[in-house]
Ligand binder design. Structure first.
Ligand SMILES: [Zn+2]
Length: 417
């Protein structure tokens, strides 16, 4: 099972927008931009929304059949660990193995020394793109930091392979939620370790420099990001050659959505290197639902005002699982009273990610982004509102995904020449 060169990891908190999301991929295809949809949902999200992995499979299959999609598509068990993988095995054919918790655990020193002996040939010359010569001590430091994590990835991979069979699913390894970005040399030796675990890796999600906060733009040095992104692409290509990893191995960017300022540089680097990309980016589908409900007005507007009021009252609780990927200045949040006085247009203006609009409030947006727990608890009431206003919400979801994400990243890249 091979993941094509350009793929998009779309997520959907409440399982109602699969068709609208796939419509964006279909419309991109009509413009010559060919990408593969991958529906992903993490265990963390399933717990909060009280859904099961089967629901994602059902949503993807229903969308595919409704739109008569005849090309490949996948269902991704996102950020799974040995503890959480089992319920995903039946419904998924893409597994994002998350070993962040094992990064930095002590590695046995004999293993470290064996690793250095095996790979010290890469220490002699400036072979690793973007990295100065990695000394044997550097290789040892990388091994000490990452070997236990890669061993764990091997154990998780084996668990899935035993159940599904080799070649019957796509494997990603994610280390994007670590404290520090990896260096190009780290990434190179991590890929060496993954190859020695015999994991047929198709995508790798490293941690990039800068902040990838949920639903808002990239925060960091864009020029530095572009250099790092290009270096990582070159490292992946070298590792494929040196370690006999799958030829389609590519980077996976867990964007947290809406990283508009780096989309251009990413597209540029992909074109320059002829590289593929897996981009996970549909988290804001839930915010398009909120925007659509606000726009609908009446009881739907009241509902999304209530969601904000409750998220605001429970800010510690709703932010806690996402603490590493949000920055909310609480003094700059509108009060619930203010939000209750807003029209639908006021609400949408504060929420809509338009950095040129003076009414746009990124703190309001981030709090709502993590506030989906409140909507999940509303259960049928929230889902019925989505169904009642599907004609407003669906086109918002499709247009947002197509115009602001798919075409921005892949528009100039994934086209026949
Ligand atoms: Zn991630």
């Amino acid at each position: 099972m091979i993941l094509p060169k350009y793929s998009l990891g779309i997520g959907d908190r409440f399982g109602r927008q699969g068709r609208a999301q796939l419509a964006a991929v279909v419309q991109a295809g009509a413009r010559g931009v060919e990408i593969t949809p991958v529906w992903n949902k993490s265990n963390r999200e399933h717990v909060i929304t009280r859904t099961s992995p089967e629901s994602v499979r059902a949503e993807a299959d229903a969308a595919v059949s409704a739109l008569d999609w005849r090309r490949p598509y996948f269902v991704d068990a996102d950020h799974i660990t040995l503890k959480t993988v089992d319920p995903f095995i039946g419904a998924s054919d893409f597994f994002t193995i998350d070993v962040t918790d094992f990064v930095g655990r002590p590695a046995p020193e004999p293993d470290v020394q064996n690793f250095v002996a095996r790979y010290r040939r890469y220490a002699a010359r400036d072979v690793i793109p973007g990295a100065p010569t990695a000394s044997p001590d550097d290789i040892a430091a990388t091994a000490r930091k990452f070997l236990p994590a890669i061993r764990e990835a091997g154990a998780i991979y084996q668990r899935v392979e035993a159940a599904k069979g080799r070649g019957r699913f796509v494997t990603e390894v994610s280390i994007d939620e670590t404290d520090q970005p990896q260096t190009p040399a780290d990434l190179f030796f991590i890929l060496a370790a993954i190859a020695s675990e015999a994991i047929p890796l198709q995508t790798i999600a490293p941690k990039f420099a800068g902040r990838f906060n949920k639903g808002v733009d990239y925060m960091g040095d864009v020029a530095h990001f572009e250099k790092q992104f290009g270096d990582y692409i070159a490292v992946v290509a070298l590792a494929v050659r040196e370690f006999d990893l799958p030829a389609n191995l590519k980077l996976s960017v867990h964007s947290g959505s809406d990283k508009f300022s780096i989309y251009g540089p990413m597209a540029h680097a992909l074109r320059q290197h002829g590289a593929g990309l897996h981009l996970k980016t549909a988290g804001t589908t839930w915010l398009e639902e909120v925007a659509g409900l606000a726009q609908a007005g009446g009881a739907a507007l009241t509902l999304v005002q209530k969601i904000y009021t409750q998220a605001h009252a429970r800010i510690e609780e709703v932010c806690a699982p996402y603490a590493a990927v949000i920055d909310i200045d609480r003094r700059r949040l509108p009060s619930p009273e203010t939000v209750r006085s807003w029209s639908g247009a006021d609400y949408v203006a504060a929420l809509h990610h338009d950095q040129h609009c003076p009414a746009y409030n990124p703190y309001f947006r981030q709090l709502l982004h993590v506030g989906f727990k409140v909507a999940a608890e509303m259960g049928a009431q929230y889902l019925q509102a989505l169904d009642a206003h599907a004609d407003i919400i669906g086109p918002l979801v499709t247009e947002n995904l197509l115009e602001r994400h798919v075409l921005a990243v892949f528009g100039e890249v994934a086209v026949p020449r």
